[in-house]
Ligand binder design. Structure first.
Ligand code: BGC
Length: 263
């Protein structure tokens, strides 16, 4: 547990499902005040359940609909945090999408959709959060959601890999730019995690086996294992950490093909 997170205001984009949901619930356990952004109205029910879980754990929470690719929606999320909880200390830019398409068939529309959600959306979240923190002299923490694919090339997911490569350098650049203000900017790079985005793939035993072969630790990660990274990065325990990519991938980025000692 991280007592420094008690009462802190945390905004999480894409908080209704998957990693976003796990992070929202974990921040709730830390007794933070959580603003859960969700994309579409049909996610309201899920969000209500998360709010209940957080409040039962001693935290506080509120939901807000919004599209991270829209400047006005991101601004609204931060105003909502201020109006509801009086401040904003932690921004988690988590909303992201992916779809598989061979690169020669990838349409400009699909390219733009992934880049605008995963990269531009995270930039807008960073910019608005940092602007708020500067104005209110808050030594806050910004956490971006990258992926092992900020390092590992991923055929048929060129738009996704490009967006995550962008998140890495965006994170490092902003970390450097705002370090003098005490604002820390880091990212988490998960490997294969058991979330709805992967549900279809992991429901096929052969595909699942193929993924596990790429993970030296031998299992698909749990959303809670990513949430554990987020609370640490947001807490005062990580007070001297900025510009970091925290890989949480069971060793996926450690060249699993070499595990048998050949080469
Ligand atoms: C993707 C997953 C994928 C994992 C490892 C993640 O960034 O969201 O779909 O299984 O990388 O390839």
């Amino acid at each position: 547990m991280y007592p420094s997170l008690e009462g802190k205001v945390v905004v999480i984009t894409g908080g209704s499902t998957g990693l976003g949901k796990a992070m929202a619930e974990r921040f709730g356990k830390e007794k933070a005040k959580v603003v859960i952004n969700y994309y579409s109205e049909d996610q309201m029910k899920e969000v209500k359940g998360i709010i209940e879980t957080i409040e039962n754990a001693g935290g506080r929470a509120t939901g807000i609909q919004g599209d991270v690719t829209k400047e006005e929606d991101i601004k609204r999320m931060i105003s909502h945090a201020m109006e509801t909880f009086g401040s904003m200390d932690v921004m988690v830019n988590n909303a992201g999408i992916e779809n598989e398409v061979p690169s020669e068939d990838l349409t400009l529309e699909d390219w733009n959709k992934v880049i605008s959600t995963n990269l531009t959306g995270q930039f807008l979240g960073c910019r608005e959060a940092i602007d708020y923190m500067l104005e209110h002299k808050i030594k806050g923490s910004v956490i971006n959601m990258s992926s092992v694919h900020q390092e590992i090339p991923w055929p048929h997911f060129v738009h996704y890999a490009a967006s995550k490569g962008g998140v890495k350098l965006m994170t490092e650049t902003l970390a450097l730019e705002f370090a003098p203000h005490g604002i820390r900017v880091n990212c988490i790079a998960p490997g294969a995690i058991d979330t709805p985005i992967n549900a279809e793939k992991f429901s096929d035993p052969e595909l699942k086996k193929g993924v596990i072969e790429l993970i030296p630790m031998g299992y698909i990660g749990k959303p809670e294992e990513i949430a554990a990274c987020a609370v640490w990065l947001a807490s005062s325990e990580a007070s001297y950490v900025t510009g970091l990519t925290l890989f949480a991938d069971g060793g996926m980025t450690q060249y699993p093909g070499f595990q048998a000692g050949k080469g």
